[in-house]
Design a protein around this ligand. Sequence first.
Ligand SMILES: Cc1ncc(COP(=O)(O)O)c(C=O)c1O
Length: 406
Amino acid sequence: MLDVNRIRADFPMFKNNPELIYFDNGATSFKPQSVIDAVTHYYTSETSNIHRGEYPLSAKVDSEYDRTRQTVARLIGCEAREVVFLAGASAALNQTAYGLGKSFLKAGDTILTTENEHASNLLPWFRLQSENQIKIEYLPVSKEGVCDAETFKKAMHPGVKAVVIAQVTNVLGSVQPIKEIAAIAHENGAVVVVDGAQSVPHMPVNVKDLDCDFLCFSSHKMCGPSGVGVMYGKYELLQKMEPMLLGGGSNARFQSCGTVQLKDTPEKFEAGTPPIEAVIGLNAAADYLMHIGMDEIHAYELHLRKRLVSELQKLNNIVVYNPDNASGIVTFNAKDVFAQDSASFLASRGIAVRSGNHCAKILHEIIGTDQTVRASMYFYNTEEEVDKLAAACADISVENAIGIFF
Ligand SMILES: Cc1ncc(COP(=O)(O)O)c(C=O)c1O
């Protein structure tokens, strides 16, 4: 079991907010001192642009920036040249959709996805639907949002050219069988795009083992700075893919007649000055997580979830929507109480959770409600915090929750 007290000492947010119980890790995560130090060091001692300067400071920052690619590659089991830095999971998913729309998908092709997906993993594909006449079909999922391999196999057909799916969904924390899905998709000639925003921070993810073609995730949800995320892609697919952004840093040369020769992957996707400090901070974050161990993080989150679910299931006033999913996300409502009112009530007890539709606006077609309360845990949460959340939930009622302002 993790030594949570020692871990919490690494995070200044706990020292500076001693009363706060933070269960909104699906939205963003706290940062350990090592990440803050890495960013501060860049600002205070190493500020310079990358891949442009001939002086030693610039060369040093170049190598730190490039080292992050290697660290991320170790984290997800790929080659450094397959790691593209973009502004976040949303930017990475937009680039993937744009690139596949330009070079791979054609009018009449089908994309298979689920009604579980975050807006950032649906809207870029909706654009292909309206602009490129691509069809979108939704996979059947269980009441906890999971699409098992058998169901997936039945839904596949020769028209499907891309499968677009979150490895862990952001509302129900449904863990999808990506490895099995990828094997079936590939047998049928489809590429597999995985939204890893809620999986990479929380569990071991190895793209070679999963054999997914693309994986997109954000640094800020995995203890790193905001402003940067990763698009992993298989090298040969990235080489064929067109970048969404063009500009300095991504081209080898261009002429006045308009011809442009792009650099190789990954630089061709990184036009303009990137968020250098965030990339350097992401290196520290990925190192930090790997030092603790992704297996240990995942096991600990599952332990916390089990405890929370079992406490919540004892309460007559609470409905849990995802008791069996294997992630640190627990989604519930208090009976007859609007989710935002429940969240405000919990906030009045110092507990931060998310409420609403969580950017998964068509999920209500699965669970029958579009407003839920989501407690999303991370490895620095404690059993005591879980117990306090459950105790506070026991007190949510129509009378208590409405009209709470703080
Ligand atoms: C499953 C999922 N995908 C994509 C995103 C978008 O991430 P970002 O806002 O960091 O771009 C989120 C954010 O909550 C998410 O939960």
